[in-house]
Design a protein around this ligand. Structure first.
Ligand code: LUZ
Ligand code: MOS
Length: 767
């Protein structure tokens, strides 16, 4: 079944923040930001700007009634700059005017002078200078130093990983409306309504009960609105508070690209050691995370990198050091996978390089080291219900890997200017917020007297179909038609103290809370049926397709009659329930524990063709076996996997963020930042739902699906690498993402030192 939003989207009827009819008298905000990456503000002159007709107010940090602080994990980020600026795009002042055009015009009249300081843009540079967000974290197991001495093969290298722009279709934005009692109601495009509420309360000096946040749906987020929707919502609220008028603030695409954080670029050094029979015995790695100018979610992202350092493999001796480096870029933030993809790219690079230097296929090492039942992750958790080999083996047989391999070899032997490459990408992704405390959710369910049902949870619909999953759950428990169930907006007055919709966990956490709420209503209803029909055994009462059965026979009641009767008999038709993931814990002193309820597994086989004259490539196919548990909704889960793969391929291939040494983003528009289009997508995308998988922690035994499939896209990098290697045996492959067409061209001809070697390809082989 399709997402309930699909029809509305297609008809253009879905409402996003910018589509909401605004109240009369609404003012418009535009943000004046720093044009330099690091410096002191020596002069800020608003006088000319204030003279522009239609300007109502210009807000600086001096006007903030509460704290000028938006840092969530660490309080290290001002809402509005005070006397220094630390990144290009850092908000300094908010112009409030009668129209957006006027606000922008006034903005251009603000005069500012800076004393420039040297910016840091490179994480290793930051590390050298002691510019860190938090002290380094080290996870380890076994004895790495000594185990290298027993290794037959030892490989070391450096890996570079680029960031990624979220490119949600709906840019950041909010509308804030003053309400009586000095409060504010905020309509925000956020994954984290509670974060917006608590930060707005702090900045505006209000109680949280004076701030109501309402979220209908988002036009995409991908992590970009977990923390970074907050400042814009708070700025709108601040404007509303200070003018006592509704204020609307929507970022234009260009400003959004320039001012907001992205996926974290990482640089890493590793050393990997293998035995004679290709068992990985030791792995040592240091990650340098480019956090940008403030903590934002970087410490949590860093932690997830540590949790996914060994991907889907068991390695007995591991030491991983992770360093969050403070640079003068916009603070980087959550992005689908949340540091996991970076950790996985490094281990996959290590395995790939090891295989090439040993002279074997990388998949031999990959397969040999897959996690097995009872394997211990190096952070202490024991792997249970492990589906790593099951997915791998299913992929090999289902997609006839041997024949793919033969056809690729045959193609490569017959073609000189085109080469194919294949790769395997196994994925093992931990499900739960790594911060145990965040794994909680609640739900509120009303059954109205006409039998229709209203559901409120903390889950935010952002195109991932979580509302449809909530409808699936409620309609399944009550066994009623799905049209009877409506999912309400996510609102802090109906569901309080919520975790953001993130970590792939929204359907699990909120779905379980919803399940509890529906089950308690069901129990009340069954009790009422027993009383009404004078039945002695509630257990034999069933609700099936809107009918009420007893001992499998129809009774005189149906859903609508039952609800009316319950109301007549003064039985509450409202339930609230709470869910907290059981069995999870983590000791940050020992860096050991059981942080995840479970893991999601899968394997992708990727095939690419490289045009060795032009350096261009096409993704021929991605063939996946994915572990969904018992899927709640086949179409939605399939959509998540397919979308994730394309987004992952984009990150690994064409999406290149280019910043200069002054901290300026050169790839600041969609003409300079290439996002995957239909030509970058795999020509063939096959997804098989692993059978016989179930999960005690998911509603109806389902598994989380949001983030894990993105990492299948990593396979594209190695498939391209293999094709390049097939063409150019001299190449010293660079493990530097993204593998753009430009880099491909360079690598195809790199290492051919002599004119003869070069001309061998460019003339004689063509001829
Ligand atoms: N957000 C968060 C996340 O705050 N903690 C997490 O562990 C996480 N994981 C994935 C995506 N977002
Ligand atoms: Mo996220 S990366 O907001 O799940």
């Amino acid at each position: 079944m399709k997402s309930s939003d699909v029809i509305k989207h297609v008809k253009g009827e879905s409402i996003f923040v910018d589509d909401m009819p605004v109240p009369q008298g609404t003012l418009y905000a535009s943000v004046f930001d720093s044009k330099i990456a690091h410096g002191k503000i020596t002069k800020l002159d608003l006088s000319e700007a204030l003279k522009v007709p239609g300007v109502v107010r210009i807000i600086t940090y001096k006007d903030i009634p509460g704290e000028n602080q938006i840092g969530n994990i660490i309080p290290d980020e001002h809402l509005l700059a005070v006397d220094t600026v630390e990144f290009i795009g850092e908000p300094i002042a908010i112009v409030i005017a009668e129209t957006e055009m006027i606000a922008k015009k006034a903005k251009s009249k603000i005069k500012i002078e800076y004393e420039e300081l040297t910016p840091i843009t490179d994480p290793r540079d930051a590390y050298e200078k002691g510019s860190l967000i938090i002290p380094p974290r080290i996870f380890s197991m076994g004895d790495v130093e000594n185990s290298f001495t027993g290794c037959e093969y030892i490989i070391e290298d450096r890996v570079e990983i680029s960031g990624q722009e979220h490119l949600y279709l709906e840019t950041q934005g909010a509308v804030a409306v003053p309400v009586e009692g000095s409060g504010i109601k905020i309509y925000s495009s956020t994954q984290g309504p509670t974060a917006v509420q608590s930060t707005a309360a702090k900045v505006l000096n209000l109680k949280m009960h004076q701030v109501e946040v309402d979220v209908l749906r988002l036009g995409g987020a991908f992590g970009g609105k977990e923390d970074q929707a907050t400042p814009w919502a708070v700025m709108a609220a601040l404007g509303a508070k200070l003018t006592n008028k509704p204020v609307k603030l929507i970022l234009h695409r260009h400003d959004d690209l320039r001012m907001t954080g992205k996926r974290h670029p990482y640089s890493a050094d590793y050393k990997i050691g293998l035995s004679k029979d290709y068992k990985i015995l030791a792995y040592e790695v240091t990650f340098y995370q480019n956090a940008g100018a403030a903590a934002d979610l970087s410490p949590a992202v860093l932690e997830r990198t540590l949790f996914h350092t060994t991907n889907s493999y068991f390695i007995p001796n591991v030491k991983a050091t992770a360093i969050s480096c403070k640079t003068n870029l916009p603070p980087n933030t959550a992005f689908r996978g949340f540091g996991g993809p970076q950790g996985m790219f490094v281990i996959e690079s290590a395995i790939h390089k090891a295989a090439l230097s040993i002279g074997i296929e990388p998949y031999i090492i990959q397969k040999k080291n897959l996690l097995v039942e009872g394997s211990k992750f190096y952070y202490g958790q024991i792997a249970k219900r492990v589906n790593a080999s099951k997915c791998w083996n299913e992929a090999v047989t289902r997609y006839s890997f041997d024949s793919i391999k033969n056809s690729v070899e045959e193609f490569n032997s017959k073609n000189i200017l085109k080469k194919k490459g294949i790769s395997f990408m196994p994925v093992c992704f931990g499900i739960s917020f790594t911060n145990t405390m965040m794994n909680q959710a609640s739900a509120l369910v009303h059954i109205y007297t006409d039998g229709s049902v209203s559901v409120s949870t903390a889950a935010v619909e952002m195109g991932q179909g979580v509302n449809e999953k909530m409808i699936n759950i409620a309609s399944k428990v009550f066994s009623i038609d799905k049209v009877k169930v409506k999912v309400e907006s996510t609102n802090t007055t109906r569901v309080a103290n919520t975790s953001p919709t993130a970590a792939s966990s929204a359907a699990d956490l909120n779905g379980n809370a919803l399940l509890f709420a529906c089950n308690s209503l069901l129990a009340r209803l069954k009790k009422h049926v027993a009383e009404l029909l004078k039945l002695d055994d509630e257990k034999n009462i069933e609700l099936v397709d809107g009918k009420i059965l007893y001992n499998e026979n129809e009774t005189e009641l149906d859903w609508n009659k039952l609800i009316r009767s319950a109301n007549q008999h003064r039985i509450s038709l409202t339930a609230q329930a709470f869910y907290a993931t059981p069995d999870i814990h983590f000791d940050k002193k020992k860096e050991q524990g059981h942080p995840f309820a479970y893991h999601v597994y899968g394997t992708a086989i990727t095939e690419v063709t490289v045009d060795c004259l032009r350096g261009t490539y096409e993704i021929d196919s991605v063939k996946v076996v994915h572990d969904y548990g018992k899927t709640l909704n086949h179409a939605i889960d399939l959509g998540q996997v397919e979308g994730g793969i394309v987004q992952g391929i984009g990150w690994m291939t064409v999406e290149e963020l280019v910043q200069d040494s002054k901290g300026r983003l050169n790839s600041n528009s969609l003409s300079t930042y290439k996002v995957p289009d239909i030509y970058s997508a795999p020509k063939k995308l096959e997804t098989y739902f692993l059978e016989d998988s179930e999960n005690p922690y998911g509603p109806f035994k389902s598994k989380a699906v949001g983030e894990p499939p993105l990492m299948y896209g990593i396979g594209a990098f190695f498939a391209i690498s293999n094709a390049v290697k097939a063409f150019n045996p001299y190449v010293d492959l660079k493990y530097s993402s993204p593998f753009t067409h430009e880099k491909t061209l360079m690598q195809l001809y790199q290492g051919r030192k002599t004119e003869k070697e070069r001309s061998k390809i460019t003339s004689s082989e063509i001829g």
